[in-house]
Design a protein around this ligand. Sequence first.
Ligand code: ADP
Ligand code: ZN
Length: 210
Amino acid sequence: MELNLVMLGPPGAGKGTQARQLRRKWNIPHISTGAMLREAVAAGTPLGREVAAIMGNGSLINDDVITSVVFERLAQPETKAGFLLDGFPRTIPQAESLDRIVAGRAPLIIIDIVLSEAEVVRRLASRMVCAECGANAVGDGSACHDCGGPLVPRADDRKQVVLNRLKVYRDQTEPLVQYYGRRRTYCHIDGARLPDDVTMEIIRAVETHA
Ligand code: ADP
Ligand code: ZN
């Protein structure tokens, strides 16, 4: 059965952390636009050079640019059994494009992970990520759980940039809650609980909505 999941929610809500768990459970690819863009920046590709400054201040890159990146990825055979989109769509035009891209496939299941702004700011101020693979750190060890790489703060987790990412989320991404909210496959998830509890709540919600 095809499982097409979209993770919604503010920065720091746990989309990436949850996606890594769910990818293992259902064996579907985790497509993180943020991770793909950070890789492009690190590799110095034309795309990376185009988006580096915009990402650095927490603003959104151009809809057409990111949509074609996602379009290409979703056309690959590895997404036949489904996919887990993390970080896309982030605007209404992106959501409309996604609906066109997946027309005829299994319906999108929307996982909206809800978290207060105060909690977002608190979490991102202390977040550490793996310099090698980008995974979020778990607990307070000094190396990555996935690959053993060194842990560092994420470049866009500086306070000023976090406040801009929150404003961008409020203005451009939160309208997606209305866009998707009436669908039978929309799931509202409390992101303030412990990571394993959030994972269980998502699995339960997906199993009843798929
Ligand atoms: P967050 O932790 O804020 O959810 P991500 O890792 O998903 O961040 O994305 C990091 C940055 O990459 C964003 O701040 C933005 O500049 C860019 N980006 C990622 N996905 C998109 C998208 N769908 N549309 C536009 N810009 C995007
Ligand atoms: Zn790692």
